[in-house]
Design a protein around this ligand. Structure first.
Ligand code: ARG
Length: 458
């Protein structure tokens, strides 16, 4: 295979150097973007009379044939052609002959690779946004189905207060909504068309870059040829989005790994997402969730790899930039897998309602409610904290329950206590009396569920 740059070379390149530098092994994934970008470019060259209309037509029809082969999965990639651009170029030459040599007019691989990568990212960002929305819907359905369920909530992984299960689930929906916001911000900043910046300084030929941008559906054309070929911010941002998504996925996974232990036993993860042990016949392990947690490490290091790759890299194009692809492709692939798996998790997750019912009766869950009962009666926050703290400690030490205290015993802790305080010692009451916006109050949670339904199914 002839290289796109062979003529001034005095000798053949070293075979190990070729193996070390060729990127076709991974950039073949950009084939369809390389072709559609080239179709728009050839049309522009014809329209601007930089090449003849006849040549432009020949190039476009050849590229369309190649596009079909790529879409059908029958395009033959040549591992000896160094990258995707060289592969498409030489396939075109085989198809249409010398007219193919005019395609690379007024562009270079430096701007072409950015175009390919931007088109790839734009498509993948949308796919990920849609997959995040599907995950949100599956979480919402799960929340809605278990609206009456109350669960213990934790700080420091110590049981703290009770909340609606749906409230906990909607926290995930909120996290994922922010992810969608970040993904769509990244989309907007990626949406500028770099082709025609050529190697770095632009071209003396009468090109129409805006035409290419419009043909390819970009919202704008890049304004600076140097930045066009140097910029990889959109890849850093995409990797950063993947890393933050992974951070969220791993926290969700960890919640359910804990909740599915025999000690907690709040939920049953479907068999389809678990594996067994080769030695302990009784085991049902949440491996998929553990792997989601584990794969997040790779998402972080891919972001880090890209940041390190770019650090101190002089403008404009440097070959180092070729190495942006493996981490990006890997992170995007993993994130899409994780999204699919988590969606399946929520579709098949079973709640052990009986177990949960018996786990939310501990009186200490209601300590803040009792405190606020006293605050409503004029006791200061500090005093109320001390009073309830003492009461709970004494009851725990003596093995008695607040529910069993007499009116006198209660008044000994604080004269403001009446027997009606005992109404607070139940989980339904605990969620019901929450009033603040954003709290676990069932009416407010129901409103949130309705709001999310409207938003996600709009
Ligand atoms: N394979 C290269 C990359 O991914 C394409 C651009 C090559 N440009 C060059 N001047 N060698 O970055």
């Amino acid at each position: 295979m002839t290289k796109l740059w062979g003529s001034r070379f005095e000798g053949k390149t070293d075979s190990l150097a070729d193996k070390f530098s060729f990127s076709i092994e991974y950039d073949y994934r950009l084939a369809k973007y390389d072709v559609i970008g080239s179709i728009a470019h050839a049309q522009m060259l014809g329209k601007c009379k930089i090449i003849t209309q006849a040549d432009a037509k020949r190039i476009v029809s050849g590229l369309k044939k190649i596009e079909k082969q790529i879409n059908k999965g029958i395009f033959k990639f040549d591992p000896k052609a160094e990258d995707i651009h060289t592969n498409i170029q030489s396939a075109l030459k085989k198809l249409i002959g010398n007219a193919a040599d005019k395609l690379h007019t007024a562009r270079s691989r430096n701007d072409l690779i950015v175009l390919d990568m931007k088109l790839f990212c734009l498509v993948e960002l949308i796919l990920i946004i849609n997959a995040v929305a599907r995950l949100q819907k599956s979480i919402l359905k799960f929340a809605d189905k278990n609206k009456d369920v109350i669960v213990p909530a934790y700080t420091h992984l110590q049981a703290a207060q009770v909340v609606l299960l749906a409230h906990h689930m909607l926290a995930y929906v909120e996290m994922l909504e922010r992810d969608k916001g970040r993904l769509s911000d990244t989309f907007d900043r990626t949406d500028t068309m770099p082709l025609g910046s050529c190697a770095l300084s632009g071209s003396s030929l009468p090109t129409d870059r805006n035409y290419v941008a419009r043909e390819l559906g970009f919202i704008a054309t890049t304004r600076n040829s140097i930045d066009s070929v140097s910029d990889r911010d959109f890849i850093v941002e995409s990797l950063s989005n993947c890393a933050i998504l992974g951070m969220h996925f791993s926290r969700i996974a960890e919640d359910f790994i804990v909740w599915a232990t025999s000690e907690f036993n709040f939920v049953d993860i479907d068999w389809s997402l678990c594996t067994g042990s080769s030695i302990m016949p009784h085991k049902k392990n949440p491996d998929i969730l553990e792997l989601i947690r584990g794969e997040t490490a790779g998402l972080y290091s891919n972001l880090n790899e890209m940041l390190v790759l770019l650090k101190g890299l002089p403008l404009t194009y440097n070959r180092d930039l070729q190495l942006d692809k493996p981490p990006l492709f890997q992170s995007i692939g993993k994130v899409k897998d994780m999204l699919g798996l988590l969606t399946k998790l929520f579709e098949s997750l079973k709640v052990n309602k009986g177990v949960l019912k018996s786990r939310v009766t501990d009186e200490s869950f209601f300590s803040v409610d009792i405190m606020e009962y006293l605050i409503k009666k004029g006791v200061s926050y500090r005093d109320a904290h001390d009073i309830v703290g003492t009461m709970i400690k004494k009851c725990t030490d003596k093995g008695t329950r607040i529910a069993d205290l007499t009116k006198e015993q209660l008044k000994n802790y604080c004269p403001k206590f009446e027997l009606d305080v005992k109404k607070l010692l139940n989980p339904q009451m605990s969620v019901k009396i929450k009033k603040s916006f954003g709290s676990t109050n069932p009416a407010l949670v129901e409103k949130q569920i309705k709001k999310w339904k409207k938003l996600l199914y709009a």
